[in-house]
Design a protein around this ligand. Structure first.
Ligand code: PMP
Length: 405
């Protein structure tokens, strides 16, 4: 058994059959599969020490609290944050971005200020900014991309001015796979005194993230895209910024003292974690991060690069197929259209062969408008995928093209 086969045994769902065919799971951009260590951690929590966290004197509560807070320290190390108080647990990337928009944005934006996002953003990094800009009379500016799916950096840098208060951008595009040169962009934004939020939903599972090295002000990601449970996520924020921000949700745990005349808020990170959090989810996410740490990003990168290169060259050879997103710096995502065939039909036929890909606009409708297409078919790879699965995708696509033409 080679190492990939051993790794695949860690993920029970990968052994599943669909319509009598082995599952080929190429929808990792939407969510990743979960290894046994994560599934077991969830089950063990409920079997062994299910209880609410913080302020409980009994042993179960103390154990759950310790595991939950250990997860925070692990995430701190994982993204190389200076302090554990800079790690806020949320429901996911969307929740994290909304927190920044409605706390930091609402407090710091005024009429005429500008927020810059890019043309390749996920709706989660568009809509919250539209909402807060509208409320505050601020202007949302869109940094353009070229046809390959790269940001036009000169245009982005030309947009920066003393009016720019926030730059919020995707690290790796979920639709195009483009890896943006974020270190340089953050540096330029800081020269203009803007704060930068990095949406790391599609980078956290593929490459090491170092928030000190990047010098980003905020960073967001989702647990379910890094082999952890759904309903979990992280907001990293620099302590000085988080300290100045107000909570956007009131309730339990986020308070220091409550009277009917006035409430004072708890310290970081609890100030932003109102109510009973997703305790079991956070514990599961920590197991997923441990698992990724054990595999190591060198291995992950090597395996995913192999799959990306093989898929790119195989799919490019298919008649009438066009890859959308041809940056030189790409993560393991291949989006494509086939002339005369709707992406939905491709996805449906592949599904009958047991191959799971995603079709549609991938929550990037403005990007689809830019390419003047209704959507794409997207195969997104993880380290547990096999080269022979890419062969099956290629064969399946050729069959689909023949049938649908
Ligand atoms: N940003 C990007 C780049 C994404 O790919 C996604 C998920 N598709 C999100 C944000 C939103 O993540 P979630 O749905 O987990 O909040």
């Amino acid at each position: 058994m080679n190492s990939i086969e051993k790794i695949r045994n860690d993920f029970p769902i990968l052994g599943k059959k669909l319509n009598g065919k082995s599952l080929v799971y190429f929808d990792n951009g939407a969510t990743t599969q979960k290894p046994n260590v994560v599934i077991d951690a969830i089950s063990n929590y409920y079997k062994d020490y299910n209880s609410n966290i913080h302020r409980g004197v009994h042993q179960l509560s103390q154990l759950a609290t310790q595991k939950y807070e250990d997860a925070r320290s692990l995430v701190q190390q994982f993204v190389n944050a200076k302090q554990r108080e800079e790690i806020i647990f949320t429901r996911g990337t969307t929740d994290s971005i909304n927190l920044v928009a409605f706390s930091y944005g609402r407090k710091n934006l005024k009429a005429g200020d500008e927020v810059i996002i890019t043309a390749m953003e996920h709706h989660s990094n568009i809509v919250p900014w539209q909402m807060v800009c509208e409320e505050k009379g601020a202007v949302l500016k869109i940094a353009p991309i070229n046809i390959d799916g790269d940001l036009i950096l000169e245009d982005l840098y030309d947009m920066l001015s003393e009016r720019t208060k926030i730059v919020s951008l995707i690290h790796v595009s979920n639709t195009l796979g483009t890896i943006n040169p974020v270190r340089e962009i953050i540096h330029k934004a800081h020269e203009n005194n803007a704060v930068v939020l990095l949406d790391a939903a599609q980078s956290i599972q593929h490459m090491p993230i170092d928030v000190i090295g990047l010098d980003c002000d905020f960073l967001t990601f989702s647990g379910h895209k890094i082999y952890g449970p759904t309903g979990t996520g992280v907001l990293f924020g620099k302590k000085a910024l988080l300290d100045e921000m107000d909570p956007i949700q009131g309730g339990g745990d986020m308070i220091k003292e409550v009277t009917f005349s006035k409430t004072t808020y708890n310290e970081l990170p609890h100030k932003f974690e109102a109510g009973t959090p997703n305790i079991v989810g956070v514990i599961g996410m920590a197991e997923a991060i441990n698992y990724v740490n054990q595999l190591g990003f060198d291995f992950i990168h090597q395996q995913e690069t192999l799959l990306l290169e093989k898929a790119t060259s195989a799919l490019s050879s298919i008649d009438r197929l066009k890859i959308i997103g041809n940056s030189q710096q790409k993560s393991s995502v291949v989006s494509f259209v086939i002339d005369g065939i709707h992406p939905f039909d491709i996805g449906t036929l592949l599904d009958q062969l047991g191959i799971a890909i995603r079709t549609g606009h991938h929550c990037t409708q403005p990007l689809m408008d830019f390419y003047q297409i209704p959507g794409t078919a997207r195969a997104s790879f993880a380290f547990y995928n096999l080269e022979k699965e890419v062969d099956l995708l290629y064969e399946g696509l050729k069959k689909s093209v023949k049938m649908l033409s």
